[in-house]
Each structure stands twice: as C-alpha cells, then as structure tokens.
Design a protein around this ligand. Sequence first.
Ligand code: F0G
Length: 454
Amino acid sequence: KVIPMEMHKIKIVQQTFLPAIEERIEAIQSAGFNTFLLKSHNLFLDMLTDSGTNAMSDNQQSAMLLSDDAYAGSESFYKLEEAVQDIFGLKYVIPAHQGRACEHLIAKVFVKPGTYVITNYHFTTTKAHIRLCGGEVIELIGDEGRITNSHCPFKGNMDVLELRKTIEKLGKERINSIRMEATTNLIGGQPFSMQNLKEVRKIANEYGIMMVMDCSLISENAYFIKTREPGFEDKTIKEIIREMIEQVDMVYMSARKSAMARGGLIATNHQRIFNEILPNVPVYEGFITYGGMSTKEIESIAVGMYEMVDLNIAGSGAEFIRFFANRLIEYGVPVVTPPGGLGCHIDASKFLPNIPWNEYPAGALAAAVYIISGCRGMERGSLSMDREADGEEEQSDMELLRLAVPRRTFTMSQLEFLADRISWLYNHRDLIQGLKWVEEPPVLRFFIGRLESI
Ligand code: F0G
C-alpha cells in the first residue's frame, strides 16, 4: 500500500463549508447544471480545476512582497527571465497573462488560413485559437490514448507512423507546427515518453516543421518519465525537463498549473520566433516586461519554476491522484487508468451507460456529484466540444468527469470523504438523468452555457 506523503506543513488555511443538500440542489439549478456557474461559497471541495488553485509556498508569497511595479523594465521580469533560462535553458522569454494568451499570440503569428497544427491531443482553448485564425487541428494520439482503462504508461504518445503519413498526404507546407502537450489534459493528464518526443522531433526535422510544446503540466510529465520510462530513474526532474525542451523550437505554459502561480509565458532559443511574436505583446497583453500580469504574479512564477523541479513537489499531485483513483477503483467506480497528472477522471460513459453522449453523461455526473457531496468537478467530454462549422455536434472521444487535485491544497481525509460519496452515487446511479441546452454560447460553450435536466 502506497501512502502519499505531503512534504510540506500547513501554515495558513481557508475555512470551507458543506452547504445543506437543499441549498446544493438550488445552487446547481440556478447554475444551469453547469459547475462553472456555481459560486465558491456553495462548495465544500473545489475540484473544478488545478489552474490557479494550487497552494502557494511561503517563498512564493514572500517573493510577491518584493515585486517591482515598474510598467517597463521591472526587476520582477528579469527574475522570471533568469528562472526560465536556468530551468528551461531558453534564452528569450515573452510574458503573457495566462496559457490561452500564449496560444493566442502563437496562433496569430503562425497559423495561416488553411494550415494545420498536428498535435498529440487538442486542448479546448488551443483549438479555439487555432480555428479563430483559420487553421485546423489534427490529433494523432496513439490508439492506447483513446482507451480509458489501460496499463499503457504513456497514453499521451503521438502515433509517429500516422505523423509521417499525414505530413506526406497534406504536404509539409500546410503544416505550420507540431504541438506536443505535456501531459495531455483532456484524455486524463496522460504523459508522453521521452522516446516518443524524440521520434516526433526526428520526423519534424526531416520535413523542417516547427515544434511547439505546451508545458503547462511539464513537471508532472517529467515525473512520469522519471518513474515510468527505463533509463530515467536516476535523472533529476530538471534534467528531464531540459532534455524534453531541447527537442522543441518553442514552449509556452500556463503558469497556473505545474508552476503553482498565475500567468503565463512563451520561451524559445530562436531569435526569429521571438522577433515575430514580440511586437504583438504590447497590442494584446501589455508591455513586454509584464505581459498583462501583475508583477506579484511574475515573482511567484519565478519561485514556482524552481519548486516544480523539486521531486517532492513534482510528484505530490500525481501521488495524491493515484491514491484517490485507487480508492475509487476499490469501490468499483470506473476511472481512467493509469491515473494522470492533474486530477482523477471518472469514465461517465461507463458510470452512466444509459445516457447517450449527446445528453452529456459527464455533465450530468458533474452536477450529481456536486449534489451528493458539495464538491465540484468539470465535464470533459462532448459538452466541452464546440459544434462543427455546419452546426453539427462533435462527439468527444471520451466522456469524463474530471476531479482536479490542485497541488498542496487538499488532505487525504477530504479525498476519502469524496470517494465515499461517489461510491454511494455509483450504487444509486439510476437517479441520474441526461442534460439538454437552455443557453448555448457559440464558442467554448462549456464555460458559461446553461442546461437543464431531461
Ligand atoms: N494548455 C493546457 C494543457 C491547459 O491545461 C490549459 C488550461 C491551457 C493550455 C490554457 O491555460 O487556463 O492559463 O489560459 N487548463 C485549465 C484546466 C483551464 O482547467 O484544465 P490558461
């Protein structure tokens, strides 16, 4: 039996409450059965996301007090630049207010109408920005990635045979970049291996295609490489991250996840890439030394970059998630295996086999879990997919309810409580019905759309 150990102690706490069942039912109804529209005071455990919800360290908090509020040339930015150069080994750093802002800047510069981004798997905001610039996304995740229940250690791997075929078929001119997401969020925070990344790099080199890595969850991907890929046991997280980054031309990250801060950044060693993106920063984000972030945020990222390469921190989320997923498995609840890097994912199509995909089983399950526990997760299935250009619904590969486990935030007894409530719900799953739209926004509809029970 593996018990995850917190290598930190709690110094400051925030009080949380468990609202009465009647209040929870009323809250989810007025939120249009969308957990994004619940208010924080209606919640016991907020497991919507691990984005911007991680507990900061004393070192991060104290660095924030030292921030230099200069509009241009802030000392805080140079600290961040130094941290990125040290941890990532990348010279040019562009700040942006969060991950999707980086995606916006990159898409704006590199995605031309009619071109493609080949990726291991899309992320919601990435795809939206690529499409808004007239491009399209092609996903080449390996077959194992689409199977919820598996023993494959690297379900985030790209299918390299398909990669070559796709480039040959479309012509390399129509592919603006190859994007690797470390770890692949939507299929359950699944990592790719170093070997796979190197194989992809080799093909990209042959055809002269730019490679981009989404580093939002990089320390977890590096942790899985260290613990699952032969030959990496004795390397440090920092060494593994460096080796990953050496394979690509540009990285970007939401600093709200692995780095346990807020904000985002793009980094590269190519002056040409830097020069092309940089003029867009003052237009869309803010001056080039703050990029829409507060200087306090910038300080906390600089410290967070060092913390995320500490083995005890890089693995802390992943080990908690494994503990939680294993408990649910003991209770017979269908979850994504192997457990991934940002949360525990329940397979809603197995939990609720009678609810068809276009009645959003994972959305219905998210609402039901909130009602029975006061805890909120996030739908990661067909509800999170936008419609095709012709208005048709797009079916997701998986119908998942994600229960994110923010780093350093929850205790094991809180996870035990939730696992117990979900086990009760699993035994009473006939109570759950599907959902239909009441208000459906045209893009990224899952964020603010409203639904009702069928
Ligand atoms: N890339 C990945 C892999 C992400 O997980 C996210 C955010 C982004 C980009 C966008 O970054 O939120 O800072 O603008 N994921 C959050 C989540 C929203 O809940 O999974 P952002």
